[in-house]
Ligand binder design. Sequence first.
Ligand SMILES: O=c1ccn([C@@H]2O[C@H](COP(=O)(O)O)[C@@H](O)[C@H]2O)c(=O)[nH]1
Length: 270
Amino acid sequence: MNRQELVNTIREKKSYLCVGLDTDISKIPKHLLSHADPVFAFNKAIIDATKDLCVAYKINTAFYESLGIRGWETLQRTVEYIPKGIFTIADAKRGDIGNTATQYAKTFYETYAFDSVTVAPYMGKDSVTPFLEFNQKWAIVLGLTSNEGSKDFQLQKVGNTYLYEKVMKTCASWGTVENMMFVVGATQADSIGHIRSFLPDHFFLVPGVGAQGGSLKDISEKGLNKDGGLLVNASRAVIYAGNDENFAEDARNSAMKYQAEMGMYLGNAI
Ligand SMILES: O=c1ccn([C@@H]2O[C@H](COP(=O)(O)O)[C@@H](O)[C@H]2O)c(=O)[nH]1
């Protein structure tokens, strides 16, 4: 999917919600366990219940890789089930030397046909640029993450500048606003305005609302730009929003609340 298509989808749906399919087989309703592929049965119901409310789905590959070959098959079924026109993210956080990075890019862009993959930039330019060489595909580079550990490196200063800022500016110079986004945690609302000042046009993938306590209001007020510019992810707060029997309906209600709030922040701005 290209940038304009993503922006159009955000405008049409009045939403920048990304639903995170972090599907843990030990947490899905017990009645689904009799299905041939219980995790897919769960994902299918969640997608059916939320597809009109969100503009992206993020599949955290760890929840699938941990199940071995069955998990990879479920991942494939899930990404193929997501309707065309909804942006897909493989949250795999890959990063390695150039020829290996190319294989990771092929895995997620070609074999599994995701629109994007999350990339850990610690190994530098040759580990990131292979993800930028595919038409209408996106590298989503970890910028300032939502977790406590972001303080250990990202929020350390190198000279007068935070490391995350140096990393984001340098990575941005390798790509364009058409093939690179950045992860900025919703728990980092104090910094998102500053990040927006030096990256005015990039899309940010923002995890950390819901279970991690980030404020949708704060990040929206400081992070939205003229094209929307945000994909705000909620995983547990949507997919495990309710009880076993009504899990899909409860997920829909949770997604609907996020979407309604987003519609308010978007207003007539885009
Ligand atoms: O900084 C980051 C980067 C990635 N994540 C991922 O996003 C989701 C968040 O899940 P919730 O249940 O909504 O908390 C999950 O897949 C993380 O691995 C992140 O949280 N922070």
